[in-house]
Design a protein around this ligand. Structure first.
Ligand code: LLP
Length: 417
């Protein structure tokens, strides 16, 4: 039995998303499909918007978590800003009707073309990750005769205690500039003719369960902001990044209220606005990957459920050994057995879950829950597999927000010689 509010079932009934049965979605649109609950996204958004109250600031949804334009459109309609990491993501935000003045541009490798595009659309702020990038932004802004608004992403050297692949705030990571050299960097920026210093930024990692690392990073960056002020450089905002964790297994989802309680009074004292960049916690629990059981395969050592979704659709289990909940949508099977749930891709890493107790038959549907973040966006066409459809459910209405890809489209750009 799942306890997720928007993916639920009455006793012994088929799993539903809001008021729609997942069996119906599979019948209408096929599998594999990503299915999203609109209400779950709205409620997750409110968990940030409410505690912010009327404190000046921007909640910038991290587009990388799920960049479907219908989801961006929904968040834009709720007043969201957007944290982007490419020109492509900026174009998605624009296509979705998002406001470029509420866009923050993060990332260590912004190209000249991307910087130019962002300046043309007058984004809110560049989160600058190196002095070399600062030089490039200055040159382009000068050529365009505009002032580029910037924050430095500082690396506060705190341990976010998360998976090493998604931890970003330690000294050894490639991200940001060391906090110890930040004063000098801001000094250099202040001398530049087409750079406007607006903030200080950090992002210490993803899927954080505890608020303590934020507190540590906040203290360190506020200390920097105070020093900057003393040296005549006044910033307008502190960006505390994203990374607020959700529940996949037995972790507790991060309660963001204490973060706001800690942060807002300190910012109010200094007349600072806040920016945040949550991604996963806005969309993660709002999505499921719906897939069909093609075969049950028994071997002397293991039983396998072979489904029609694979690592190309959801790579988190293969890449991070991530554990995501698996639910049988409905089944006539009564006998529970232990299974590995695997896909058809020719790699041993192609699994969605291992060692799960399920009662399931061939032809049944399975839902891999909590797949709304870093699911579809990390999918690929490996093995010439068309990417899944995406379906957004709003109460009893379903919207196909991305059609399933056709095989022909996968090689349409290729040429015979
Ligand atoms: N801001 C910056 C600068 C980031 O690099 C990220 C995520 C975010 C915000 C949003 O973090 P979130 O709130 O979603 O944790 N693919 C991995 C997660 C990679 C996160 C990368 N950066 C996964 O599936 O777990």
């Amino acid at each position: 039995m799942v306890e997720t509010k928007h993916f639920n079932r009455a006793a012994d009934a088929a799993l539903m998303v809001e008021s729609v049965a997942l069996t119906q979605i599979a019948a209408d649109y096929g599998t594999p499909s990503f299915v999203y609950s609109k209400q779950a996204i709205v409620e997750a958004w409110q968990r940030f918007k409410k505690p912010l109250g009327d404190h000046p600031g921007l909640i910038c949804y991290a587009v990388k978590a799920n960049s479907n334009i219908a989801i961006l459109q929904l968040l834009a309609s709720l007043g969201a800003g957007f944290d982007i990491v490419s020109g492509g993501e900026l174009m998605r935000v624009l296509a979705a009707g998002g406001d470029p003045n509420k866009v923050i541009f993060s990332g260590v490798g912004k190209t000249s073309a991307e910087i130019e595009l962002a300046l043309k659309h007058q984004i809110h702020c560049f989160n600058v990750e190196s002095l070399a990038e600062l030089d490039k932004i200055q040159q382009i802004a000068e050529k365009m005769d505009v002032i580029a608004p910037i924050s430095f992403r500082v690396n506060p050297d705190v341990d976010a205690k998360t998976h090493p692949y998604i931890s970003t705030g330690l000294k050894e990571n490639k991200f940001g500039i060391p906090i110890d050299s930040a004063l000098q960097a801001y000094g250099a920026a202040q001398k530049m003719s087409h750079i406007g210093i607006t903030g200080v930024d950090f992002h210490i990692g993803s899927q954080l369960g505890e608020v303590a690392p934020y507190f540590e990073a906040i203290d360190k960056t506020l200390n920097l902001i105070d020093k900057l002020k003393a040296s005549g450089i006044e910033v307008k905002h502190l960006d505390v990044g994203g990374g607020m964790g959700i529940q996949y297994q037995d972790e507790t989802a991060m309660d963001v209220q204490p973060l706001f309680d800690y942060l807002l009074p300190k910012l109010a004292e200094r007349n600072l606005a806040v920016s945040m960049e949550p991604g996963r916690c806005i969309v993660g629990n709002a999505g499921a990957l719906l897939t069909k059981v093609e075969y049950i395969k028994d071997t002397p050592d293991k039983n396998f459920v072979i489904v029609d979704a694979a690592m190309n659709d959801l790579i988190r289990p293969a890449l991070y050994s991530a554990w995501q909940r698996v639910e049988v949508v409905s089944s006539a099977a009564t006998k529970t057995r232990e299974y590995d749930i695997v896909g058809p891709v020719c790699e041993s890493a192609d699994f969605l879950a291992k060692g799960r107790e399920l009662a399931v038959d061939e032809g049944d549907l399975i839902a891999v829950l909590d797949s709304g973040a870093y699911g579809f966006v990390m999918s690929s066409n490996y093995n010439t597999r068309p990417r899944a459809a995406e379906i957004l459910v709003d109460n009893d209405t379903t919207h196909v927000v991305r059609e399933r890809e056709s095989v022909e489209s996968l090689f349409a750009l290729e040429k015979l010689v």
